[in-house]
Design a protein around this ligand. Structure first.
Ligand code: NAD
Length: 331
């Protein structure tokens, strides 16, 4: 690594990366942006200039072929491109970080995971909720004696209408996936699901976890991005309830007292706050793992993202078939 910094190439100079990923790099001293790649040359040049990259590409293959330029790659485009491009990056010999979702379905995510396994390189998905300090604290508290064994999860989240015409604007894949991923991260593997979805913007879901705990989730795109609505409650043993409200507070109700464990004056239900929303910590985890070779900071490697995608697929199948669907994971 040049000057002990991870030399990064970023593929994608669109809305999310330009507002969250590129601006986060200035808070990670061990990372250095060296190349920007976007099919749209104007955007690639704009971001290279704005965020200080020396090289500009419109073709990933050319970027990967450039000798002694890169140590790692970030891809932020859309689910089908993440699954298509991540294996190219891995086969070229670089660790890769993709935005969520890692693919359009579990099969495609599994193919990426297999390449990661074969190459032995890190492939991570930016499932930011796993890095959001609010939920990190929630998970820590779930492991305490006073919380006891998690018995039930309840989640609710809503936003503005989705068109549901492409994978990129499909409500369950693009929006709900954040909490579909958070659920097993908090509760353990999902073994079966049941879903009702009378139309693509309305979902009522039941989950069974391998621990024997259960979950109930409700997602609607008939709300608005203007009103942050993200409720996550976990019930423990006796007199133990942890609840996160609208991405701004975490409370532990126990012993007749509301213990406020985390309180923000803004919401992380949308994209606000580089640190509190998880955007910066997930990038820090990737860079740290690349620098040290220790992957423990990475909570969302492609194998676990594949399992979240399997939950997504099972829900789609359950809603279609109006039946309980059991999950079998290949990895
Ligand atoms: N974590 C979050 O909260 C969050 C929020 C919004 C979006 N996202 C995710 O971020 C990803 C990108 O979203 P966006 O809103 O920035 O999209 P966008 O359409 O604004 O940007 C995508 C960019 O990729 C470029 N591109 C397309 N194909 C390419 C290729 N083969 N090689 C190089 N460049 C290519 C496009 O020209 C465009 O500039 C999506 O997967 C989305 O789900 C995550």
């Amino acid at each position: 690594m040049a000057e002990d910094k991870v030399r990064l190439g970023i593929v994608g100079a669109g809305g999310l990366s330009s507002s969250k990923i590129y601006p986060s790099l200035k808070y990670i001293p061990s990372a250095k942006l060296v190349a920007v790649c976007d099919l749209d040359e104007v955007k690639a040049h704009r971001n290279a200039e704005k965020f200080g990259a020396e090289h500009v590409f419109t073709d990933l293959d050319k970027m990967l072929d450039t000798e002694d330029m890169l140590d790692a790659v970030i891809v932020c485009i859309g689910p089908s491109q993440h699954a298509e491009l991540a294996p190219k990056v891995l086969k070229a010999g670089f660790p890769v970080y993709t935005e969520k979702p890692p693919a359009v379905d579990a099969n495609d995510a599994l193919e990426v995971a297999k390449v990661a396994q074969e190459t032995g390189l890190l492939c991570m998905t930016a499932f930011k909720k796993r890095y959001t300090p609010l939920y990190v604290k929630m998970k820590q508290q779930m492991n305490t004696e006073r919380f006891g064994t998690p018995t039930m999860l309840a989640m609710q989240r809503s936003c503005s209408l989705y068109a549901n015409t492409t994978p990129r604007n499909t409500f369950i894949l693009d929006f709900c996936i954040h909490l579909l991923d958070l659920a097993p991260w908090l509760m353990g593997n999902v073994v079966a699901v049941r879903a009702l979805s009378p139309e693509a913007n309305t979902w009522s879901i039941q989950m069974e976890f391998d621990s024997g705990a259960i979950g109930s989730l409700a997602f609607s795109a008939h709300g608005s991005f203007t009103y942050p609505d993200e409720q996550v409650t976990v019930y423990g043993g006796k007199d133990a309830v942890l609840f996160a409200r609208d991405g701004h507070s975490l409370t532990f109700a126990h012993d007749g007292v509301y213990h406020i464990l985390h309180q923000l004056n803004f919401t992380t239900a949308g994209q606000n706050g580089l640190m509190e929303s998880g955007f910066l910590p997930e990038l820090q985890a990737f860079i740290k793992a690349v620098v040290t070779g220790d992957r423990s900071p990475v909570q969302s490697d492609i194998a676990s993202s594949y399992r979240s995608m399997a939950v997504h697929d099972a829900l789609v199948e359950s809603a279609k078939s109006n039946s309980r669907v059991e999950l079998v994971y290949e990895i």
